[in-house]
Write a new protein. Structure first.
Length: 524
């Protein structure tokens, strides 16, 4: 008896009559279904990838926020603006730049002027990457959002430290210090070793190169701490200087300065008259102090006669020769001079003077705050306007006599300092040169000695043999700093780290994170 075929029983397909369920889709429908499924999967995958790479995971979060941003996790709108998937730089600046720093302490603009003071770099670029491009979020509570991989840096810069990193700028441009200071390392090294009673060269080096507590740089050189023990002793004196005469080529005595009542002369009342000895029409000052106010004031008077239109340069104790990153020092010195002038006016009882003094002090305070803004652009040319133009009313003989007087005034200083234009040349006391990188001496000194890296000036062989190095090599103008080849001996893929962030920080001043004034002061 024939069996009844059950509903939904198997049929057959293909030439081989293979059994199949009646509900099995036809071959053409199955192929079409697979094609559309693959397309849909590709679309979903592309959306997820785009969201993670370009959209900062706003749609498909890869995990919880880092611990730094954990408090924002309950409300996506804290970071993601309405209708936007990505996080804008403005969202980050709400917290990281509390008062909207006009140049952006943590922005790309800040990166452009990072320790260079080159404010041409501030011009915004459409290629600037937003904060989230380097700082990935939604990677878990313990992820370090500040740990930026090298590939982020390499998208704009060279491939690696070992291959395409350029030579350090001071070496590539052969950028020497100026010859503002007459200084030989070997001579001073021998003297310091005698004074310390030690044969350890490294200890003698550290007698002047004093590392900061963090080990990353050195304290500025200071005369009182490093030079006073040997230089400008109690017997140091000026030559006999003319203090009388009608031609005006003379110095002002202490009594004349006190009687003039000019600004910035309060030091006169605290000076010792016994330091001046008068012989006929000549005066000798002994001893001479570092930055001796009497010598500097008389140099300023000579300079005013030679260059009556000196402008802000007249407020400086030394020349205006300073690299761009030291321009703030010029402004600080000028403001300090003006503040000293203002202090001298406080004893004046006239109401008009008191009113003017209040305005002057308020203005100086505002200028002082402006100077200390780390990214505020400052114009160094304000100090360089006049020293190219002598007074045309002076004859050649008067100019020569005034320059000779300035040379005699600065004779005790010229043993170490260069004196030009009746001005003592500015000495660069800051020993830092790698201004766009961080270098930790403390991490290196356990593996190398000072001279293993700082070998531009030969010191060890002359110390042993008693010979003298060439003056062209052993002078203050030679930067005894290693070139990039010295660093590559250790920093390469086989040995020490050669990552970008080993030496470079993106943001200009990490100390701004702890600047409570960013958060305590009301917004303006």
């Amino acid at each position: 008896m024939a069996r009844r075929r059950k509903s939904g029983s198997k049929g057959s397909y293909s030439r081989q009559r293979l059994p199949a369920a009646g509900a099995y889709p036809p071959t053409d429908r199955r192929a079409r279904l697979l094609r559309w499924g693959a397309v849909a999967a590709a679309v979903v995958l592309a959306a997820v990838v785009w969201d993670r790479v370009a959209g900062s995971g706003a749609v498909s979060s890869g995990g919880p926020l880092s611990s730094s941003h954990a408090a924002f996790g309950d409300d996506c709108s804290n970071c993601h603006a309405s209708g936007q998937r990505r996080v804008t730089a403005e969202s980050c600046s709400i917290c990281h730049e509390k008062h909207g720093d006009e140049l952006g302490t943590f922005s790309f603009a800040a990166h452009y002027v990072y320790r260079s003071d080159d404010f041409r770099r501030v011009v915004p670029s459409p290629d600037e990457a937003p904060c989230f491009r380097c700082h990935d979020e939604h990677r878990g509570r313990h992820a370090q959002i500040t740990a930026v991989p090298d590939r982020r840096c390499r998208s704009c810069h060279f491939d690696s430290f070992g291959r395409r990193h350029p030579e350090f700028r001071f070496a590539a441009e052969n950028e020497p210090d100026d010859d503002a200071l007459a200084f030989g390392h070997l001579h001073h090294l021998r003297e310091v070793m005698k004074r310390l009673g030690s044969e350890e060269v490294e200890r003698a080096c550290l007698a002047c190169h004093n590392p900061r507590p963090d080990g990353r740089s050195f304290e500025p050189l200071d005369f009182d701490r490093h030079c006073d023990a040997c230089h400008l002793t109690a017997t140091t004196a000026t030559p006999g200087l003319p203090f009388a005469g009608a031609d005006g080529v003379r110095v002002a005595t202490l009594e004349e300065l006190a009687a003039s009542g000019g600004p910035g002369l309060r030091w006169v009342y605290f000076s010792n008259p016994a330091e001046f000895r008068y012989r006929g029409d000549r005066v000798v000052k002994a001893p001479v102090h570092h930055r001796d106010p009497w010598i500097l004031e008389n140099l300023r008077r000579v300079r005013r006669r030679l260059y009556p239109d000196a402008g802000l340069a007249d407020l400086l104790r030394a020349s205006a020769e300073a690299p761009p990153h030291r321009v703030r020092d010029l402004y600080r010195e000028a403001v300090a001079t003006l503040e000293e002038y203002a202090v001298g006016l406080r004893a004046r009882p006239e109401p008009a003077v008191r009113r003017e003094l209040a305005g002057i002090e308020a203005l100086l305070a505002a200028v002082g705050r402006r100077i200390e803004e780390p990214l505020a652009p400052l114009d160094e040319t304000a100090f360089l306007l006049a020293l190219e133009r002598r007074d045309p009313a002076l004859s050649a003989e008067e100019v020569a006599a005034l320059e000779a007087l300035a040379g005699e005034l600065a004779a005790p200083c010229s043993g170490c300092h260069r004196v030009e234009n009746a001005t003592i040349a500015r000495v660069e006391t800051d020993q830092r040169r790698l201004r766009r990188a961080e270098f930790d001496h403390r991490a290196h000194v356990v593996q190398a000695r000072c001279w293993d890296c700082h070998a531009e000036i030969p010191l060890l062989e002359p110390l042993e043999s008693g010979a003298e190095p060439e003056p062209a090599v052993d002078r203050a103008a030679v930067q005894n700093l290693p070139r990039i080849a010295v660093c590559r001996r250790c920093h390469n893929p086989e040995l020490a780290s050669d990552r970008c962030v080993t030496c470079h920080l993106f943001h200009p001043d990490q100390g701004r994170r702890a600047d409570l004034l960013l958060y305590a002061e009301p917004e303006t």
